[in-house]
Design a binder for this molecule. Structure first.
Ligand SMILES: [Cu+2]
Length: 468
């Protein structure tokens, strides 16, 4: 039972996949959706948004909005380069869309309602079609009234597999979706607030979920074995701080997929902002009989203050019978990752400021002074290297998210940033400036926004046009 009864809101079951698709390794975690197209290089899925009671707390059902009656929704998979076709049907009573977070696909398929792209109305079906351009761990969610729809349960994962030669040699590939949700005592989702601290800080849940369960999933690992773990943070607002007691963990990739060997590093702690993903190589040392992934959360200290507490996220146990590890090598591939040609000293040519003000008691959050649906006129040439600053004029943090492109993180307040590789999401701390670089190689109109969904809906969204 991982309910956070005493959570300070102001501060911020593993199901085996059915038969693994041909040519794609099995990923354990959310249930995999069957591919309807027998061709090797085409995947076709039927996805349906509908209401469904889901058991989040043991013995208690919550009326959720689901994809295919599941929350998280089913795991979609493709090999890099595959044609992906998703027939999406909206059986809710309000419009929605599907946004493919992190996937650099055509703007018309990105699920953002703008220009000629309209929402999928109740009862309608829309087919999303694109080539899976890069390998990595991605997720999908609505981009309409997202603070409400994502909290209600509309989120799922999409794994695009690397070519065989670049895949880690592991005993198991697992996916953990980390989320929180705010439930009332009867198990129903607490009403949303459009003012006060929920808008200022984002909506924090009082129940932690891993793969849709409030019970920490249990994983059996043979001592001496090695696994690939993919982590996704789908919470509305909660930055996840993770620790890995008694496990040996190497960070091997992030939003933009797996890294060259040079960049991989041993970690015992990880900060995962909302929207972001992590790729980990996880070992249970020989002779060790258990380990954990823990989530560091704030709880009351009983005196009106707050303290950090570690809550089990994933429990790792060695099976009781003695088993020999297979001797898998782990992650030994060394892919070439083309990074934007910029470094710590590169000057910024554009700046985006997160700000806000109060108007008649209503909190309005802005980007460069404008609140969505108003946004600044910002365009770049396709393929142009742009170094830009993301500046936070407020004290609360904002996870900056760019659609359709990836960027590298150059610096934080002028100092080298710890984030490696290509990203689509980066956390900007209170009153901090993060400098990033992108080559903007995907044409179209693209969202740029804070991924705290309450902030986005209070105005913190903008667009950039990448001009051919
Ligand atoms: Cu924000």
């Amino acid at each position: 039972m991982r309910r956070l009864f005493a959570l300070i809101a102001l501060l911020p079951a593993c199901v085996a996949a059915p038969d693994a698709p041909v040519g794609r390794p099995e990923v354990l975690g959310p249930e995999a959706l069957p591919d309807l197209d027998p061709a090797d290089d085409v995947v076709e899925y039927a996805l349906e948004a509908e209401r469904e009671p889901v058991e989040l707390l043991p013995g208690v059902t919550t009326g959720m909005w689901t994809y295919n009656k599941m929350s998280p929704g089913p795991l979609l998979q493709a090999n890099v380069g595959d044609l992906v076709r998703v027939h999406f049907t909206n059986n809710l009573d309000e419009p929605t869309t599907v946004h493919w977070h992190g996937m650099r696909i055509p703007a018309a398929m990105d699920g953002v309602v703008h220009g000629s792209v309209v929402a999928v109305e109740p009862g309608e079906t829309f087919t999303y079609e694109f080539i899976a351009p890069e390998a990595g761990t991605f997720w999908y969610h609505p981009h309409v009234r997202a603070a409400y729809q994502v909290e209600a349960g509309l989120y799922g994962t999409f794994v695009v597999h690397e070519p065989e030669a670049l895949r880690p040699d592991v005993d198991q590939d697992r996916l953990f979706v980390l989320d929180d949700i705010r439930l009332d005592d009867d198990g129903s989702i607490s009403p949303h607030s459009t003012s006060g601290m929920d808008v200022m800080m984002g909506r924090a849940g009082n129940v932690l979920l891993v793969n849709g369960s409030s019970e920490a999933p249990r994983v059996d690992m043979v001592p001496g074995s090695v696994e690939r773990w993919r982590l996704v943070n789908t919470a509305n607002a909660r930055t996840m701080k993770l620790r890995f007691p008694r496990l040996q963990v190497r960070e091997i990739g992030g939003d933009g997929g797996l890294w060259p060997q040079d960049w991989t590093r041993t970690i015992d702690e990880l900060v995962l902002p909302v929207g972001a993903r992590a790729e980990l190589e996880v070992r249970l040392a020989p002779g060790e009989d258990h380990g954990d992934l823990t989530q560091v959360v704030l709880v009351s200290n009983g005196n009106g203050g707050a303290m950090e507490d570690e809550v089990q996220g994933v429990r790792v146990r060695a099976p009781s019978q003695t088993l020999e590890p297979r001797g898998a090598a782990g992650y030994t591939a060394d892919p070439v990752v083309v990074m934007p040609d910029a470094d710590l000293d590169s000057p910024a040519t554009h700046s985006i400021a997160f700000g806000g003000y109060t108007d008649n008691g209503q909190t309005i959050l802005t980007m460069n002074g404008l609140a969505w649906p108003d946004f600044e006129d910002w365009s770049v040439q396709r393929g142009e290297l742009v170094v830009f600053d993301v500046t936070n004029e407020l004290m609360m943090e904002h996870p900056f998210h760019l659609h359709g492109q990836w960027f590298s993180v150059l610096s934080r307040d002028g100092d080298e940033a710890p984030e490696l590789g290509l990203r689509d999401t980066v956390l900007v701390g209170g009153n901090e400036t993060v400098r990033v670089a992108s080559t903007f190689d995907n044409p179209g109109m693209w969202m740029v926004h804070c991924h705290i969904l309450e902030h986005a809906e209070a105005g913190m969204m903008s667009m950039v046009e990448v001009v051919e």
